[in-house]
Design a protein. Structure first.
Length: 613
């Protein structure tokens, strides 16, 4: 009788598994700006170490690729090396027996295609094109370049007002971003090497909550220059704020009744309370920004023309956002009860809350806007709310915490269901949304493309269908005035300047397509610097807050403090802020987890805390 043995890892294998996890954490925390050639060589060596050695392409081919890359990195490369790299990689890709070999070769081929200039720079000049003065990862990932380690340290010491002042040097919406920013800064936090990224947004929330009112900086003597800003959203108001701090007089022309743009008309108050948004706007207006509400720019009677603005102002910044509806493109979308997410959220922003008591609502889409619409529908009394999404839940562009919160509030997520048509009753009102079941297909752009599995479509009974499939840009008038646009998106070079039209700049969602709040703020900040330079100046926004010295104590692993929400059964009944902030004790612990990369390691701020716009 044979003896059965349950295999267990040896001590050595356990250590190797631990090292592998350490490597994964280091990859997660890799900052942008690393040499792509060096990174490719390192990954290639790791792949080579995993080969079984049975097939020649892996055993010998990957070693040859590594040798060629080492020659290039060591200054011994020639143009012939590039040819050999490509030819060898293509042979390995087509002949390797397993995924280790052919995916490693594909990685090299992608590199040759995606950053060939970096290879050329190493070969021709024996240097790397990457920016050696890159900031720390969190700052590099923040579109506005906020001094994140600085305000974390200030918050940890209880200097909340100073933390807000430091944030405003690069972002005039500290409160709004403390509540709704998608926090890309956390994705590459070096703390991931030890445990988990720091809750940066949560710490910012503590700073703004505890600081209370912090006045705007004093503006310098006027330069006499006047700038017109078309659009009172986060991008337009950010540009106005920084231009005022430079001494230029700005006038914001806003089409609607209130300032705030999509911060007001696109984000429900249970995520961003109106009074908290107004706190940020009030400080911006303190700098002397002039505002003209319910004023449009266009050809219609009562509207201002672009020519009139050009005659009266020294420069113009177009920041109209993306506020128009997008059609679903299916049969029956003109039926009564079919509305767009933009229209739905705009009404809520104006304080006109539709009564959905007893209604069955179906939302089409998978982004944060779809979650906002679904969760708002629950609060407006809907009997049932479902979200139909043609991909998997894991492929949703909405933040995972938004999806989980929606589900906790009773929203049904119908993943892998694509809308086919909308059925109306005899009165022309929505009766059902017909959907077809999908399956994940070929990966394109990082996500599997959905494809039908061939079964019959099924009806989802509903009274209201809300389309959250994107937003359009009302740029037609500006195109008629000679401003170039592609698919409605205004084409601006260097983020903001318009070619062949000196003095006119554009930024935010109208120049990038619908994006995040922090990207819109960053665009306004860059526009302010570019307009300032166009006007013949070179002002620099500074902040005299002294950053605390780093704590040199040991960095032992410590759990991350996550923000919580009010109980789902309570919060889904109102539009009061759902998210709970940290306690001061939690904030202190979280701030101490910061590794202070601004002082230690590659990319530190020892050369001075300057802002590059």
């Amino acid at each position: 009788m044979s003896r059965l043995v349950i295999p267990t890892n040896s001590e050595a294998q356990n250590v190797v598994e631990g090292l592998y996890k350490d490597l994964e954490r280091r990859i997660i925390a890799s900052p942008p700006g690393l040499c792509p050639v060096d990174l490719t060589a390192a990954f290639l060596k790791m792949c080579h170490a995993q080969t079984c050695g049975k097939c020649v392409p892996c055993r010998i081919g990957l070693a040859q690729l590594s040798n060629l890359l080492e020659d290039i990195l060591n200054g011994k490369g020639t143009m012939k090396h590039l040819t050999m790299l490509e030819e060898t990689a293509r042979v390995i890709e087509s002949t390797a027996d397993c995924a280790i070999g052919y995916t490693a070769a594909q990685m090299v081929l992608k590199g040759l295609d995606g950053f060939k200039e970096d290879f050329m720079e190493h070969i021709l000049h024996n240097r790397c094109r990457s920016n050696l003065d890159q900031p720390v990862p969190c700052v590099a990932l923040c579109p506005a370049g906020v001094d994140i380690p600085g305000y974390i340290a200030l918050t940890g010491e209880g200097r909340y007002a100073d933390a807000v002042r430091l944030i405003r040097k690069d972002n005039p919406f500290p409160t709004a971003c403390a509540l709704v920013c998608e926090h890309p800064c956390e994705s590459r936090c070096r703390r991931n090497m030890l445990d988990n990224s720091i809750n940066i947004r949560g710490i910012k929330r503590v700073a703004v909550d505890m600081a209370g009112y912090v006045p705007a900086p004093v503006c310098p003597t006027s330069t006499g220059k006047r700038i017109a800003i078309i659009g009172g959203g986060p991008s337009g108001l950010s540009a106005a704020y920084y231009l005022q701090l430079m001494g230029h007089q700005t006038t914001v022309f806003e089409k609607r009744k209130k300032l705030g743009g999509m911060l007001l008309y696109g984000i429900p108050s249970y995520r961003l309370p109106r009074e908290r948004l107004q706190d940020d706007i009030n400080v911006i207006l303190e700098t002397g920004v002039e505002v003209r509400l319910e004023t449009s720019v266009g050809n219609d009677p009562g509207q201002l023309s672009l020519d009139e603005l050009r005659k009266e102002y020294d420069a113009i910044y177009i920041a109209i956002g993306a506020h128009s509806d997008k059609k679903i493109g299916i049969e029956g979308e003109d039926a009564g009860g079919v509305i767009s997410a933009v229209e739905f959220l705009r009404a809520i922003g104006d304080g006109k809350y539709p009564d959905l008591t007893g209604k069955k609502v179906c939302v089409i889409g998978g982004g944060n806007v779809a979650m906002d619409v679904a969760r708002s529908s629950v609060r407006l009394g809907a009997d049932k709310v479902a979200v139909a999404y043609r991909r998997r839940k894991a492929d949703m562009t909405a933040l995972p915490e938004e999806v989980e919160s929606a589900m906790a509030e009773g929203v049904e997520i119908m993943e892998l269901y694509a809308p086919e048509r909308i059925e109306a009753d005899e009165d022309g009102q929505v009766k059902a949304l017909w959907v077809s079941q999908q399956m994940p297909g070929e990966i394109r752009g990082g996500r599997p493309s959905p494809k039908a599995i061939g079964t019959d479509s099924i009806p989802v009974e509903c009274d209201i269908v809300i389309a959250a499939v994107g937003q359009g840009i009302e740029s037609r008038y500006f195109v008629e005035q000679g401003i170039d646009a592609k698919w409605g998106i205004i084409q601006a070079t260097g983020w903001t300047s318009i070619q062949n039209m000196p003095g006119i700049f554009a930024g935010g969602d109208c120049a990038t397509g619908p994006a995040t709040v922090i990207r819109a703020i960053a665009a306004g900040k860059v526009a302010a610097a570019n307009i300032d330079q166009y006007l013949g100046y070179n002002h620099e926004i500074t902040c005299d807050v002294k950053i605390p010295e780093p704590d040199l104590s040991d960095r032992t692993p410590c759990g991350r403090v996550n923000l919580t929400e009010r109980p789902a059964g309570e919060r889904k009944c109102d539009f009061t802020l759902t998210e709970c902030g940290m306690s001061l004790k939690e904030a202190g612990q979280e701030a101490r987890r910061c590794l202070r990369c601004d002082h230690f390691g590659y990319g530190n701020f020892k050369g001075g805390r300057t802002t590059s716009w």
